[in-house]
Design a protein. Sequence first.
Lengths: 597, 577
Amino acid sequence: MAKNTVRQDEKLNEIVKRDIIKRLYSYLKPYKFEVFQVLVLMGVVIGVNLLNPYFFRLGIDEYIANKDIKGLFLLGGLVILINIVSMICSRWRIKKMARITNNILVTIRHQLYEHIQKLSFEFFDNRPNGKIIARIIGDVNSLNNLFTSSVTNLIPDLVTLIAVVVIMISMNLKLALVSLVTLPFLLVFMFLVEVTCRKRWQLFRKKNSNMKGYIYENFSGIRVVQSFAAQDKTSRGFSEILAELNAAFIKAAKASDLFWPLVEISWGVGSVIVFWYGVKLLNTGEISVGLLVAFISYISMFWRPIMNLSNFYNNLITNMAAAERIFEIMDIKPDIEDKKCAKTMPKIKGNVVFRHVNFSYDDNEIVLKDINFSVKAGETIALVGPTGAGKTTIVNLIARFYDVDSGEVLIDGYNVSDVRLETLRSQMGIMLQDTFLFSGTIKENIRYGKLDATDEEIIKAAKAAYAHDFIMKLPNGYDTDINERGTRLSVGQRQLIAFARALLADPRILILDEATSSIDTHTERLVQKGIERLLKGRTSFVIAHRLSTIQNADRIFVIDDGRIKEMGNHDELMRMKGIYYNLFMSQFKFLDNKKAV
Amino acid sequence: MKRIWKYINKYKWYYLIAILSMMIAMALDMFNPRLTKIIIDDVIVGGTTEILWKLLLALIGITLSRAILGYIKEYLFDIASSKIVKEIRKDLFDHIQTLSFSYFDGMNTGEILSRLSEDVDNVWHALGFGSMLFIEQMIYFIVATIMLFTLNWKIALLSLATMPLIAYLAVILEKQIGEVYEKISDQGALLNTTAQENVAGVRLVKAFARERYEIEKFLNQNKENYRLNVKQADIWAKYHPIIEFLSNAISILIITVGGLLVIKEDISIGTLVAANFYTSMLIWPMRMLGWLTNILGQCNASLKKIDKIFNEKPTIKNAENPITPKFVKGHIKFENVSLEYDGVKVLKNINIDAKPGSTIAIMGTTGSGKSSLVNLIPRFYDCTGGRILLDGIDIKDIDLNFLRNQISVVMQDVFLFSDTIEENIKFGVKDTENVDIVRVAKDAQVYDFVMEMKDGFNTIIGERGVGLSGGQKQRISIARALAKESKILILDDATSALDMETEYKIERAIENRNEITKFIIAHRISAVKNADEIIILENGEIVERGTHDELLKKKGKYYDTYFEQTKGLYTENKEVV
């Protein structure tokens, strides 16, 4: 899939409307009993509301007309009583319904989040973060009204509608049919409007997502924006995005606002037709005056629920776009998944074998070509080579971040794709190029490596990573809050914390992908000693550019153009006078050009 | 709230026309029952069928006008509210952009996102749907009240009897629900932040196989969100039914007490029936008051959050009469500069004199204050002691935008935008027509690897440059800084992910730019050795300074680092040569 930028609209796999509705309703199913209770409570409330006018008429006709003060106040007391009952029912209903709806939202959001965790890097790489977040938070939020109104409007209104239609038919079939005459027209028009509406709300959602993507990106990169004094530029960009969003909204509103007038017209024209036809029937003597008058009073009872239903339908269409975006993600199959019969990875000794491994990312360019090597437990392997040679890819395959195209990656004889991912990765300590820290305290960040670690263990790891000293100098020590990505710390300090985190995990295999690039040489040496002490005998893979970092490795793999070109320790490789030798010697001129010349 | 009026005022015509069509539609609505009554009384019962078609035509006319007016009303409310919201969003966005680094240090992007999207959406809801409902119900309320008073003042007072109580409840409701909404809004920000960190840190999550922990963490916040929303519903459930009851009670009062008056022959029964009709008109607005309070409470809670950001003032801003020099040579001078951050002395007594075109290299242990030092030059932070001069002028007196336009910074934390490589390089360029992308790309060693890509400079890179290696990202960010063509260049550990050869080539290209004053932070000796002055920082103090040769002779910290980095090299060299 091509990468999506913040300004581009996302491509969306359209899901059939019926399927969306079906899936939405499947969330209501577990709450059948609760929904039933809500409906009963609503029945009471609606019933009382219908009874009120009846009692009032009774009061006027029976008691006031007969000057029966006692009866009148008795009646008043009764009405107050039933209204109190209605009040209590209404309270229960609101509470119950809120629990149902919010439970469903929690479920949907949880499922979506759970699913996203399973997706591979490609999913994350191809969309701006803000847009993913927009789906988890914003799109789920907009389903809020849908569930409440579907229970509290849809069902009561449908019941009312059916009841009224039955009454109307029982009164007079011809009149009933005539009063329904405008309904098919309304449905056709609504269908036409709906198709447009749905597309436009989809577009609005996409634009909304663009806006979130833009905000997110702009403020994650605010330091760059300000340092380039580019606020005017990004402000213009945001204006454009807002203008598009607004245009999309107005377009959608233009169509959506048609719902109500359409019902209004059908209602009005429908009543006129009933009047006209009713008078005609009256003239032929087919119906009585009383029947017609009574029938007319039912017309508004017939159209009011239709108006409510159309409101609901409008709401459904508006929010369908959000549901669609949620389900679309849920339907993405994770690339990397545990096999059905996946085994638990036993405690790793650290033998790593690559057998004829070929790999490409987007099936266009082959990144690794027939990689073969065998690493014994406890060895330290350095990967050297120009940018883009495939060093990171090799370590990514060890942790099964990607699956190989062909060949095998074996750890202690287990094919990595046959074991449960969690049991594999939890035994690895991986330090990535891009250090990521969570907002929270330093202690919490280190603890991420081992969730049940004691404070002593954390301090021990921090000491080994040479982070303890600078942490203690901070105002609150280990409890110092750092914000996202640790912007208050220098990159080197962040790397040290990440180191402590990786060490705390007590990994069986350690992977360092340019993990010390921003640490000064002196500190780096100390960190290395810490690692050696803590992780003695563990297999480790190191990618680094500073040759002083690499030299002490047991073996060095020289990677170029997706192949291992040379293999051996520093001395062996120097004697080979191949790529490594040249690489190493060429540094001389960068380091001390006076002597090299 | 005050802030909002300013925006509403701008679009008052939309609102006025919308309200006008609303009122006409309401007035037309009053005719409907009357016409129906005539049809029933005169045509159906009375049998005067010949006027039927006129009446029906009138009914259709009313329906059509109501439909059209209704559409105009909704559409105008939608337009006005969306435009207002657009402006609020824009102004808030622009305002946040003016805030200083120290603000962003303590602020998560997830929260900013939340304020700019969900909170502004809540205001939108109130401005569109909420205000429409409010005005509509207000009109009904006023008309009904007037009608009641013209009917009989006793009845009128009676019908308003529970009103103070309802109003009182509405006030409490607003307060209580507002508090919960504020919490919901903060919780929303937290949800955003958690989700955002999870998505941004997905590689870390997967590397540590912490998916389940992350799901658990999110679920807990999700549940907290549930708890708050249910709490909001419970408050609503507490007051709303009472308000409904109290509004229904009006009818009961009218019938019983009013009935009493009829029996005592104080008022006529016709008056009572009419009063009953008008109270039903009165009841709706009262019931709606609960809903409106809810919307208003939510809107207010969000407005508070938004206001708080608007009230945030940038700590770093222009002096009263900022200077915009005509010409900049690029002479940077630190005079006794010190910096305190969170009570910790980060920099102490720094004196540096960087002549135009010179190169100052800064080395030092992790956390020694290197980045803090260079961050003072473009005023990302202000020094707390001493001063920094650009061409002899205190940088605090120079126009901030002008100052930053003179400086290109490559930060150690590379940030690229999800856009094409070309757009990323051109990011800081004001004059996009005359920029030589190819030249800067070649200088920054970007050209070759970009040309190998299928789409070349039009290749779209993911957010933060995903899909590129760390070294490639650094090179693009260097190209971006070079393209800006400013007098001062700061490379803050900008070559750490590069191999030595690439680093060397870039350094060469930069050295050739004689007219630029350069500040370079690096860890490799090879990157700093040609500098005019090398400064070694430790604990915020300059402990060693001089040229490469001078420092080697000193046999101090620089010498140690040099020795450490060249250990293998020297021995090898001897063996080989």
